[in-house]
Design a binder for this molecule. Structure first.
Ligand code: ADP
Ligand code: MG
Length: 312
């Protein structure tokens, strides 16, 4: 049976820093990314694809904010759903075109995904993830009072809303994902970490104002679909120790224990490589393989010829 891989696409696959967020620019990036993913399909893997949404959901929030006097703004869970829809559409269409060009027969489907989190998650006590636009101190005070938002000063640039970033507890729709990949279909799911939902005391699901880290969601998805490999594709070829210093050292294949030691020594930055290595270690611990590499070398990395792999 074909091996199963969950691939988490980094922000760069859709929009690079300093690029303008037009549809044309994003579509062109996605077209190139899709060509690279199609190469993995050629290696005969069952593929489940997930992706980030930082700049895209940021712009949706801004649209909501700028237009709030004419169109009522939507909450964060709905904004995530919107971003999954639009990014999923770009990825699905580009992937279909790439596969078609290569003469591959696989199908592609995008699933709108809810990610359940626990209402008791300690992230809710301490929202710390900044989102959306910058506000003046006066506006920030107004938002706190009128909307109950938590606002925080952001490195002298003004005030931003901060929201909780809880751990994903369960990805919904996994049975459908498994059925689809077993039927020669690439599934795009859990985009932007998934739509944050909680289960209420009456047992029913409800959207919640939070964001979920896409690498954590990717790892949870990889566990739930029983993937053989979990890959995080980003903008660096490898993970390094002493990153950015003169004595930086490229990591190739390392054990979970070694990775954990480097993590404890603080080699991986909090908002970027930290969550990736945390996810890689937790996944590999179950006797599996996690890979962190560049999008360009994804197929090589799967064959063990590039990237950083953490093995359990
Ligand atoms: P993505 O959108 O792919 O999640 P991130 O910016 O969150 O991208 O993470 C990738 C970035 O992590 C790299 O561009 C790099 O600057 C940074 N980084 C931090 N620590 C390390 C490290 N130890 N090794 C390699 N890259 C690191
Ligand atoms: Mg990141």
């Amino acid at each position: 049976m074909a091996n199963r891989v969950v691939i988490a696409l980094g922000g760069n696959a859709i929009l690079k820093p300093n690029q303008e967020a037009t549809l044309e620019v994003q579509l062109e990036n996605v077209r190139v990314s899709a060509e690279l993913i199609a190469k993995i399909e050629e290696l005969d893997y069952q593929i489940i694809l997930t992706h980030g949404n930082g700049p895209q959901v940021g712009n949706i929030l801004r649209q909501n904010e700028e237009a709030k006097d004419v169109v009522p703004p939507f909450p964060l869970d709905v904004c995530n759903a919107e971003s999954q829809g639009f990014i999923g559409y770009m990825l699905e269409q580009s992937l279909k075109n790439s596969l078609e060009t290569k003469g591959l027969t696989s199908n592609v489907v995008t699933l709108l995904t809810q990610t359940e989190v626990s209402a008791e998650d300690k992230a809710f006590e301490q929202p710390n993830k900044p989102i959306g636009i910058f506000y003046s101190e006066l506006e920030a005070k107004k938002m706190e009072k009128e909307k109950g938002w938590v606002m925080m000063e952001d490195a002298g640039r003004g005030y931003r809303r901060v929201v909780p970033s809880p751990q994903p507890k369960a990805i919904h729709g996994v049975d459908a994902i498994v059925k689809l990949v077993n039927q020669n279909t690439i599934v795009i799911a859990g985009g932007g970490g998934g739509i944050p939902v909680v289960r209420c005391q009456n047992g029913l699901l409800k959207g919640i104002e939070a964001v979920i880290d896409k690498d954590r969601t990717g790892k949870k998805l990889a566990e739930q679909v029983d993937a053989d490999v979990f890959m995080m594709l980003t903008d660096v070829s490898n993970v390094y120790i002493n990153y950015g210093k003169e004595n930086q050292e490229k990591l190739e294949t390392i054990s979970v224990d070694q990775a954990q030691r480097y993590m404890d020594e603080g080699h991986f930055a909090d908002g970027s490589m930290g969550p990736k290595m945390e996810a890689a270690i937790a996944f590999a611990k179950q006797g599996k393989t996690a890979i962190i590499c560049s999008l360009e070398e994804a197929d090589l990395a799967l064959s063990g010829k590039a990237g950083t792999r953490v093995t359990g």
